[in-house]
Design a binder for this molecule. Sequence first.
Ligand code: GDP
Ligand code: MG
Length: 173
Amino acid sequence: MEDFDREIKVLVVGDGGVGKTSMIRRFCKGMFTDEYKKTIGVDFMEKPLFVDKLGEEVRFMLWDTAGQEEFNSITRVYYRGAGAAVIAFATNDRASFDAVASWKDKIEAECGEVAIALVQNKVDLVHQSAMTAEEVEGLARKLGCKLYRTCVKEDINVTEVFVYLAELHDKKM
Ligand code: GDP
Ligand code: MG
């Protein structure tokens, strides 16, 4: 067994199709696929990463909602013990953007105060953008969450999200 300085359970939430499973696979396995496979049941993957600013080896335990987000049937087990969360929406999906605040409410109701990052994924689809940059920045400000713009497909800004969460997790402890 390896020793870790810190272990963080990270929830990745947001509407179906925004790229949650892709983000977890990208971060943990360094892979991307265009196929959209729906997974049923709770899934998790882990990733060890040395976080320079903390001088620590962190074990990220990434929990995927695995399709249950559509049925509003995410169980308590999913939320239990979480120390951080990613709330994701997609550039070309207005409904996923409008759902962000309710995802944050859900996390806070189940987990209390945890480190949260707001993630706008699929920035490669900027031409099909369903919201303005000002709207996105305004929402981040209103919710008090740091905003990351990612392209999981091209591996842009993904690791940065998780490094930020580890640092914020450290400050909240
Ligand atoms: P989930 O339902 O939130 O888990 O979303 P998935 O990870 O299954 O992704 C849904 C679809 O979006 C898949 O076809 C992915 O390949 C695609 N996808 C994920 N990230 C990106 C991205 O950054 N850009 C583009 N264009 N497609 C993406
Ligand atoms: Mg998924």
